[in-house]
Design a protein around this ligand. Structure first.
Ligand SMILES: [Zn+2]
Length: 404
């Protein structure tokens, strides 16, 4: 097996009697000393990021690698630290992203919906209601396109679920049903129909009543594939309903579970036998969110057991040579431990998240590859900062642009 991870140098929680005491107390609150170090590192990395962004692509508006991603980071920092300067920065970057919309895609991460949704929230927080409403009405213009779009993918990065996320993001951030839930439910309907239709056409109904493809492959991970789409279809209130959850979604989730490698990792695509990738976009670190949601919805212990196994895979193989990013790096992998901690309250998972944070705080010292967009939210430093800020309030943490 090709080695893509560095050896985990940290002792595990149970091998470290009292060792977590430096990082957090018995209630899971970070100690002042550790939280202070994390905050100092956030400031230091922000300084580097701002410098690095001076040479970033001025036309990249996206959340994934462009200006809207930096705006989303500053929104997060404003929420975490309450400093108005962060909101001003978010405004600057959100406005910059609005100047370079492409009209090509309508998703949160890689399309125009992300910049519009992020800008709407920034304006809302600044109580600039008219500009917020204008962004919202532009965002809703895409709804018909998403509903009717022939041959449109369903996945998160470029497809219908990526637009659905944008609408839900607005409702969460505005803390009201600013966008009627029917809009979200209508997209779920189209996604269900699309998945049933492909399953029928490919004669896979017995195994997986829902099936989705991206570039002629059945991707498994959340970025392009099944685990991401099922994660959203499993959300209460998104309109799937109990009958179809049991008849369509559950067997499809179970089929995905069945694809697991003996190592407990998951393939990148159906039929792929190479057990190589352990990051959010491909492998166990992305599949876990579907498993935890399936556990919440169906209450079957097997889903939780499988999710806990994802945690073990990430602990063993999650310190990646690819670097510190959210999409395919250590920060993204660390969210696995936060997700497990939020559900189980087991301090082991918080401890592991802290160890991965320690790794991230040694940014650049492990000889890792430099990503193409080294300061961006999903490929670079902005994502690592986002994770470090989330670690300060573990119970409120959420993988950005994905976790509901
Ligand atoms: Zn990736």
């Amino acid at each position: 097996m090709e080695v893509r991870a560095l050896k985990n140098p940290y002792t595990d929680y149970h091998e470290t009697p009292g060792g977590a005491q430096y990082h957090f107390d018995h209630r899971g609150r970070l100690t002042a000393d550790f939280a202070g170090r994390v905050s100092d590192k956030i400031s230091e990395l922000l300084f580097h990021m701002e410098n690095g962004l001076k040479s970033a692509d001025p036309r990249d508006c996206s959340v994934y690698t462009g200006w809207a991603g930096i705006a989303l980071l500053y929104l997060h920092l404003h929420r975490t630290f309450g400093e108005i300067t962060f909101l001003q920065r978010a405004l600057d970057y959100a406005c910059r992203s609005l100047q370079s919309l492409t009209g090509r895609w309508a998703t949160f991460l890689c399309g125009d919906a992300g910049p519009l949704a992020v800008a709407a929230v920034v304006f809302h927080r600044l109580q600039r209601r008219q500009e917020a409403d204008e962004c919202l009405s532009r965002l809703l213009h895409y709804h018909q396109f998403i509903m009717r779009g022939e041959g449109l993918p369903d996945e998160l990065l470029f497809g219908r679920i990526g637009y659905l996320f944008s609408l839900n993001f607005i409702n969460q951030e505005f803390e009201q049903e600013k966008i009627p839930i029917q809009y979200i439910q209508q997209i779920s309907e189209v996604v269900l129909t699309s998945g049933e239709s492909l399953s029928k056409r490919s004669c896979n109904q017995e195994q997986s009543p829902l099936l989705y493809e991206w570039h002629q492959k059945y991707y498994v991970g959340p970025a392009h594939g099944l685990a991401g789409i099922y994660y959203f279809l499993l959300q209460p209130g998104f309109g799937v309903g109990e009958t179809r959850l049991l008849k369509l979604v559950k067997p499809s989730v179970d089929y995905l579970c069945y694809l697991r490698f003996p190592s407990r990792n998951y393939p990148a695509c159906i039929g792929d036998t190479r057990d190589l990738l352990v990051h959010w976009c491909h492998g166990a670190p992305g599949v876990i969110y579907m498993l935890l949601q399936a556990y919440k919805v169906f209450g079957m212990d097997q889903y939780l057991a499988d999710a806990l196994q994802c945690g073990e895979v990430v602990w063993q193989r999650g310190l990646l040579k690819k670097g510190y990013s959210l999409c395919h790096g250590v920060a993204g992998n660390a969210y696995v431990f936060l997700a497990l901690y939020k559900l189980t309250h087991d301090p082991k998972h918080l401890y592991r998240a802290c160890m991965f944070a320690e790794w991230c705080m040694d940014y650049g010292k492990h000889g890792c590859r430099t990503p193409d967009r080294p300061f961006s939210l999903f490929e670079g430093m902005a994502g690592t900062i986002y994770f470090l800020a989330d670690l300060l309030q573990p119970m409120k943490s959420k993988f950005p642009a994905f976790e509901i």
